[in-house]
Design a protein around this ligand. Structure first.
Ligand code: ADP
Ligand code: MG
Length: 571
């Protein structure tokens, strides 16, 4: 796991090396400073040579300036390294999510995916920056400072060595308390957020039941709980900080007193005493860093583990090694004894046999939940069949390159998804490199021209989340324009007109029949009037395909279709 983590440093090894070596130099200078002071006090001061003192001070100033520059580099480059690694990982994750199959999204909450992209990657980025560098620098400073202290005065150094573990213990204890307090705080703020989200997305329900007061009181309770948790965490933080402060001052005082006694008994010079106290301070820094790492490391590594788990999950539907690219399908579709289920328990389709000729328009009708959408999802391999096979032009869809197969199939659904952006961009989603005249032609054939002309910004009108709100019929026509651009030989219309009023439906129906021309078209329809002209109607029930034939034939048969028809059109 750690090896894999370090692999992400490889593309940035130069930056890492530069940052790391600057950090080492800073640490060495830090370690050397007390020695300079010692020499200053013991040798320079007694000599009384003012000019040398000035010269030495200027020299020290130059060293400080150099160290300042290096520290700037360490802070800036180090964080740059962290964000570089974070960006790489985020991109890898996004690419991976794009590849995942429908079932993955059926089973994974969007919020769950979102937090991989934000929270986890923030933690990983912090660890990437601070982890290896701080660990090495801290170890080096700690050992270095301690070793120099030993050479200055072993007795005094041993006193420090005995007492420092108590300080470390105290810091670890404080960190644990802080973590506990933070965990509570995060869980409470999540509750607050959930309340806000629920209440805002349900505000229409809230207001129509006039339950605002109830919502406010529910919210207030959560909000107060969060306040309590946050205050608790501040309390823990305050006592931790002051406890650690007291402990460090105590250590310094102890060194001062014992050192004074050693110097009275001529075992320690003044310069050595001063240097020693400075080293005790140097020693506190790595302790601080290590304890920060002890929090960062598990958090970052847990995030990295979730990251790798996600990256390692293979998409369910993928290309075979020898998959063929199909760029010009005619559109003869065959289902051979197809069986399918979303979950192991429940079979949705069983032994489905169906042949659709190229250019044919086939309509699917039947009760909701029968499996009409499922049948259509199997053709572009949104899911793979469990049994049997689906072929197009005689080739098993599983032997085709997934992307080339999908380039041959267009789907218009009841819910049209519009991306945040302009109207033009949304239409051009059907063919990203479409020229303006092609877009205009597609819009014309989708009966959008008049509507677009009525907008002040025309094609440049912003739509989506913060833009113009479009009606169902307008959205549907954008979807149709996309299809004219995509121009696939196979077309699936899944309840494309079901949510529309009759008048809008008629306009759209025209555009759709224009679109369906010269394509193999599968239409799922709720209103039977819209499929009167289909070449064939297939009645799907939970038992499978129950009837098929032309509109009039099925009516004459007096079976399920005739029954459905009677229910819809009796007055
Ligand atoms: P129709 O389009 O005929 O209304 P569907 O094909 O959407 O029916 O659904 C057929 C059955 O499969 C239903 O029982 C439905 O609950 C189930 N189903 C549909 N989509 C999923 C899914 N993504 N995951 C699990 N079950 C599903
Ligand atoms: Mg459906």
């Amino acid at each position: 796991m750690i090896r894999r983590f370090l692999n992400y440093y490889l593309p940035h090894k130069k930056l890492f090396a530069a940052d790391f070596s600057c950090a080492v130099v800073v640490a060495v200078l830090e370690l050397a400073f007390p020695l300079a002071v010692q020499w200053f006090v013991d040798s320079l001061l007694p000599s009384g040579e003012w000019s040398t003192i000035v010269l030495v001070s200027i020299g020290l100033f130059a060293v400080y300036a150099f160290s300042t520059l290096l520290q700037y580099i360490v802070h800036y480059w180090g964080h740059k390294l962290g964000i570089n690694i974070e960006t790489d990982m985020r991109e890898e994750l996004f690419q991976h999510v794009q590849k995942q199959s429908f079932r993955y999204f059926d089973n994974t909450k969007t919020g769950h995916i979102m937090s991989r992209f934000t929270n986890d990657l923030f933690d990983i980025g912090e660890l990437a920056h601070h982890g290896p560098e701080d660990m090495f620098i801290a170890a080096m400073t700690f050992i270095g400072a301690f070793w120099i202290m030993l050479t200055i005065n072993a007795k005094l150094a041993l006193v420090v060595l005995v007492i420092v573990p108590i300080l470390i213990g105290l810091i670890i204890f404080c960190n644990l308390q802080m973590n506990k307090a933070w965990k509570q705080m995060f869980s409470d703020i999540a509750d607050v957020n959930a309340r806000v989200e629920d209440s805002v997305s349900g505000i229409r329900v809230v207001q129509s039941f006039t339950n605002e007061r109830f919502e406010i009181s529910r919210f207030t309770k959560e909000n107060k709980k969060f306040r309590k948790a946050k205050i608790q965490s501040y309390k823990v933080m305050a006592s931790s900080l002051s406890g650690i402060y007291m402990m460090t001052r105590f250590i310094i005082l102890l060194v001062l007193v014992y050192g004074a006694w050693l110097s009275f008994t001529s075992q320690l010079s003044y310069g050595e005493l001063v240097a020693f106290i400075l080293y005790v301070n140097v020693l506190f820094k790595p302790i601080d860093k290590i304890s920060a790492l002890m929090e960062l490391y598990p958090k970052g590594m847990a995030g990295f583990k979730r990251f790798t788990e996600m990256i390692d999950s293979e998409p369910e539907v993928k290309d075979k090694k020898d998959a063929v690219a199909v760029d010009f399908l005619r559109g003869d579709i065959s289902f051979r004894k197809v069986g399918f289920s979303y979950e192991n328990k429940k079979t949705v389709l069983q032994e489905i046999d169906l042949d659709i000729k190229a250019g044919e328009t086939v309509a699917f009708v039947g009760p909701s939940g029968a499996g009409k959408t499922t049948i259509c999802s199997l053709i572009p391999r949104f899911y793979d069949v469990n049994e049997g096979a689906i072929t197009i032009d005689g080739i098993d869809v599983r032997d085709m390159k997934k992307q080339s197969l999908r380039s041959q199939i267009g789907i218009v659904q009841q819910d049209v998804f519009l991306f945040t952006g302009t109207l033009r961009e949304n239409i051009a989603y059907g063919m990203l490199d479409a020229r303006d005249d092609e877009i205009a032609e597609a819009a014309r054939r989708a009966h959008l021209t008049e509507f677009i002309a009525s907008l002040p910004d025309g094609y440049e009108t912003q739509i989506g989340e913060r833009g113009l709100k479009l009606s169902g019929g307008q959205k549907q026509r954008i979807a149709i324009a996309r299809m004219f651009l995509k121009n696939p030989p196979i077309l699936i219309l899944d309840e494309a007109t079901s949510a529309l009023d009759t008048e809008t439906e008629m306009i759209i129906q025209q555009a759709l029949s224009d679109l369906a021309k010269n394509r193999t078209t599968l239409v799922i329809a709720h209103r039977l009037a819209t499929i009167r002209n289909a070449d064939r109607i297939v009645v799907v029930t939970e038992e499978g395909i129950a009837e098929q034939g032309r509109h009039d034939e099925l009516l004459e048969q007096g079976g399920i279709f005739a029954n459905l028809h009677r229910v819809q059109y009796q007055r």
